[in-house]
Write a protein that binds this ligand. Structure first.
Ligand SMILES: *Cc1c(COP(=O)(O)O)cnc(C)c1O
Length: 391
């Protein structure tokens, strides 16, 4: 049987982060003592009151279809969040709840991009963006950055990338994989240029709450009415509420775009899981004090890892100001990222994600969303590994 795979599907690169994570988990299941730095999810449990709200909804029989874009209560809670925290006025009809932030990104790209459109993506990028753009038959245009600019694109770089085909600019701050955080002034400078050129902005703000060293986040939609009109915010519950497995996220968009996404979702996934949505309402409307403890713990791990990494021969590492990743430069080891990670896993049983997955082959991504004891053990092994390379 010749199972012809569609051109679009065949062109996709499999998700390397998910692949590394499952390889590390399989090695662990085989009894191998693997230290995993691959995880793209917090190691903390979902706060109890959120789980309770979901369990109550399930027990009460809240198990049927909901409107495709989510229950009114959740869309209102999301609108309230944007009002309260970002000073943004969205009607619930402008909010679409989706099956995760990733799904929200895909919906936005499908609703706004088509063949012939170019989508500008700064690298290192979240690895799914270019693949989603390809699925929409549009063309990713990658803007390379390095640690020299804290992995941030400059206005000059963005200006030079615009063509008449430019349709969408994808901004992700705080960033996965680098942990970089654009300042409000930097966000404004870049998005001003997009507005001037009539280019839409997809602003992935899912790490909004995970900031260190006094860094601040300002939503790209919040600088002016024109910014609001040009921006689609993507967000979700996975990171700040540790709800990765719940598959719940959202976008906040100008009305016509929200309408289009509602239709796409209505014919593809329909609603995100009914009882998960009740958990989402509790997450947004309930207490947020879990975050303080998490941020303290993340900051402690980050400082330790940052210092350890910079003490390793051939490795330099910026101290990230957001998310829960460090993105060390490994070019001094003489290895490219895939070989580095393959050997590290093979020789020392440490899982890290090669930067090439994010469009940056001189770097690797280490997630510190794992216990301190693991971090100490893993970095000790990594140090032994790079010292072995130097001989
Ligand atoms: C984790 C993540 C998301 C969304 O993840 P979901 O689990 O689908 O909610 C979106 N963007 C970035 C950059 C992420 O790291």
């Amino acid at each position: 049987m010749n199972y012809r795979i569609s051109t679009r599907a065949a062109a996709l690169a499999p998700s390397l982060t998910l692949a590394i994570d499952s390889k590390a988990k399989a090695m662990k299941a085989d009894g191998i003592d693997v230290v995993g730095f691959g995880a793209g999810e917090p190691d903390f449990d979902t706060p109890q009151h959120i789980k309770d709200a979901c369990a109550q909804a399930l027990a009460a029989g809240f198990t049927k279809y909901t409107p495709a874009a989510g229950i009114p209560e959740l869309r209102q809670a999301i609108a309230d969040k944007h009002k309260r925290e970002n000073g943004l006025n969205y009607k619930p009809s402008q909010i679409i709840a989706s099956c995760g932030g990733k799904h929200a990104c895909y919906n936005v790209i499908l609703a706004t991009c088509q063949e012939g459109d170019e989508v500008i993506i700064p690298a290192p990028y979240w690895l799914s963006y270019p693949e989603m753009v390809k699925l929409a038959a549009a063309t990713p245009v990658i803007l390379q950055t390095t640690d020299q600019t804290e992995f941030k694109v400059t206005p000059a770089q963005l200006r030079a990338a615009f063509t008449p085909k430019s349709r969408l600019f994808i901004l992700n701050t705080p960033s996965n994989p680098t942990g970089s955080v654009y300042t409000p002034a930097e966000i404004k400078a870049l998005t001003d240029l997009c507005i001037e050129r009539g280019v839409l902005i997809m602003s992935d703000e899912i790490y909004e709450h995970l900031l260190y060293d006094g860094a601040v986040h300002q939503s790209a939609a919040s600088f002016s009415p024109a910014h609001y009109e040009h921006t689609i915010i993507v967000h979700g519950f996975a990171k700040a509420w540790s709800m990765t497995g719940w598959r719940l996220g959202w976008c906040a968009a100008p009305e016509p775009i929200a309408k289009a996404i509602d239709a796409i979702q209505g014919h593809s996934t329909s609603n995100p899981t009914s009882f998960a949505q009740k958990g989402g309402v509790a997450a947004l409307n309930g207490p947020q004090d879990h975050l303080r403890g998490w941020l303290g713990e993340f900051a402690r791990r980050r400082s330790y890892a940052h210092q350890k990494l910079n003490a390793m021969p051939g490795i330099t590492c910026l101290n990230a100001k957001g998310a829960f990743y460090l993105f060390p430069n490994i070019s001094g080891t003489g290895l490219k990222s895939s070989e580095f990670c393959a050997k590290l896993l093979e020789q020392e049983k440490v899982a890290a994600v090669p930067g090439i997955a994010f469009g940056a082959d001189d770097y690797v991504r280490l997630s510190y969303a794992t216990g301190m004891a693991n971090i100490e053990k893993g970095l000790e092994r990594m140090e032994r590994f790079v010292k072995g390379l130097k001989k």
